[in-house]
Design a protein around this ligand. Sequence first.
Ligand code: HEM
Ligand code: HEM
Ligand SMILES: [Fe+2]
Length: 445
Amino acid sequence: MTYKSQSIAYPYFVLALLLFALQVLMGLWLASNYFTTVPQSVVNVFPFATARAMHTNLLVLWLLLGFMGATFYLVPEETGTELAWPKMAIAQLALLAATGVTALVGFFFGWTKGRPLLEIPFPLNLLIVVGALMFLANVAVTMFRAKRWTAVQGSLLGGLVFLALMYLFGVPFYRNAAEDWYYWWWVIHLWVEGAWELITAALTAFVLIKLTGVDRKVVEKWLYVELGLFLFTGIAGTGHHYYWLGAPKYWLWVGGVFSALEPFPILLMLVDTWRDVRHRSQPVRPRLTWVYLVGMVILHFIGAGLFGFAHTLPQINYYTHGSQVTLSHGHLAFFGAYVLMNLTFFYFAIPRIKGYPDGTYDERTGHLGFWLMSLGVVGMGLGFGVAGVLQTYLERIQGQPYMLAQQPIRFWMLVVALHGLLVLVGALLAIRHLLTLKPARPGQA
Ligand code: HEM
Ligand code: HEM
Ligand SMILES: [Fe+2]
């Protein structure tokens, strides 16, 4: 770590990791609701919808806090200056944390807007907008004052501004349900397949440059190609959510064709990473950070690219829409792309913030955490996938009623939950490891 203000990232990472643990715990509770019959007295005080809102909002909150922390670490180093307003970055964290906790408690008492993943009610939306403005101002002013632009900074700032702008479309209440969903996707889809991809591409490029010592010009050249392709396919690809919600028919074509191209920029990211290390005789150190980075680009491609492609054509989506197939893709993609991106960055930055030589650290138990968590999510994804194909066949081809079709699906949700247990153990190991990171033992790194 070269600049003092980079250490502001640390409290962001710590809070993100604690919320991650809570999120996974909620996921296990949700899965148990599918294979057991929860007593009505419990449902009355803690309904499925409340737990689901907590699971997904915790996810979004911790991933965004992680991205913000990563930005605060990256920007001073790229610009070669201290952050413009370090105290405001701390105030921003306090504001967002307080808003998040209020939202979670509010869900428990039924204070929700009811729109999946964006349940947070209007007054709290405003506080989030204030937090986002504080964040963007801090980052942008630091960059503009320094006047030392790099492609990494540019795409990061572009992604962050895009992210904040899209959030605004989820704030109003639309009386027409079709309109409501239309704009809901501007937030959800254009986040995960637009803005967040730009942020991930920038963070990956930064970590690659620092970790492998590869020539910046080469990485940045690829970054431009990836960004162009992400925007080109991702924006028109929004159409893959407009098939059945009352939007004009041409979306079937636009959505089908452009979203089918979406795996390409993700594949390019994978190729780019591979190309940077192919010629190296020495393995990249620290090993675990590298395992996370490679795991991220591979699972990002499988979860978002392949599993996304599998149900993106209208001919297939007609059957699988809103089934457990969607959940299979949702888990693999979110985990592969954004959970692993965040954890990669934490493993990259925390040893540097703590001042360990060459960013190395004692890797013990960290590897076990990675493998348990990742294999657990893959198993969960496959379990959701089988449940989804079964559901599609029974409900939409055979025409069975929902509750009847649920019976054989219960077993597969048990399979999901058992893999979820692995995820929980792996995640707790990784979280504990990151929060209690120690310098490398002599002779290790
Ligand atoms: C990292 C990137 C991605 C993430 C995090 C992600 C996540 C998700 C999530 C959570 C949903 C479910 C939303 C809901 O209905 O509640 C979803 C739906 C969908 N995703 Fe993705 N996705 C990503 C990339 C992609 C890509 C690249 C494609 C296409 C190639 C794709 C195709 C789809 C489709 C077609 C649906 C709608 C499924 C349905 O009709 O029920 N996704 N995605
Ligand atoms: C123990 C681990 C986990 C289990 C058992 C689990 C289970 C579940 C279940 C049962 C649902 C609700 C499905 C429904 O509404 O019918 C759900 C939703 C969701 N979970 Fe998890 N989850 C776990 C971990 C995670 C992780 C690590 C992530 C992030 C990568 C994640 C992301 C999501 C998302 C994005 C949704 C909403 C999907 C949608 O709208 O289609 N979950 N989860
Ligand atoms: Fe999408």
